[in-house]
Write a protein that binds this ligand. Structure first.
Ligand code: HEM
Length: 157
């Protein structure tokens, strides 16, 4: 189903397009698969790369263009990965930022990186809670896909 970009989506002013998302996602995961730290995690977990890449395009479309194309539960998916650590997130963000700056104009790259950093913080916090590692006092989970909104589905997972 074709979903339209929301008029107030953050990616509109930054010039984000579905073609740009496709390019970014595909280039990024090309690198991830070959990365010595990240590659083994993805290559042993992802069974169908075509489905995974489609899902990730839908995810970034929902985050930046608010198309609602992604329907998933990233918190649960990542909490279920047993060996995921802070080092993985650091490397993931490093590669993602480098790829975004290569593939996208500056304003779009800055938006992707900002959202990725927020989502990474949220996922790491969710994983820590899931593992019983606790969270910093006063911190609160929120949906990074809708930074200014109140309670959302990600918070309730
Ligand atoms: C900000 C950082 C990250 C974002 C935005 C992100 C986003 C996503 C999303 C949206 C999915 C699809 C979930 C679904 O099935 O609906 C996914 C899957 C996955 N992510 Fe991440 N991720 C991040 C970091 C990481 C890191 C650091 C790792 C570990 C090295 C990781 C490993 C995986 C794997 C292995 C899957 C596939 C799981 C499966 O197919 O069962 N992710 N990620």
């Amino acid at each position: 189903m074709i979903r339209r970009t929301h008029i107030n989506a953050p990616g509109v002013d930054a010039g984000v397009t579905e073609a740009m998302i496709h390019n970014l996602v595909h280039r990024f995961y090309d690198r991830v698969r070959r990365d010595p730290l990240l590659g083994p995690v993805f290559n042993t977990t992802v069974e169908d790369w075509s489905t995974h890449l489609d899902k990730l395009c839908a995810f970034w479309s929902s985050v930046t263009l608010m198309t609602g194309r992604y329907k998933g539960t990233p918190m649960q998916t990542h909490a279920a990965l047993p060996d995921i650590s802070a080092a993985h997130f650091t490397r993931w963000l490093e590669l993602f930022s480098a790829t975004a700056h290569e593939v996208c104009p500056p304003a779009a790259a800055a938006l992707f990186v900002d959202r990725a950093e927020r989502i990474a913080r949220s996922l790491q916090m969710g994983i820590a809670i899931e593992r019983g590692e606790g969270v910093v006092r006063g911190s609160r989970l929120r949906n990074p896909m809708q930074p200014s909104s109140s309670s959302t589905s990600l918070e309730r997972q």
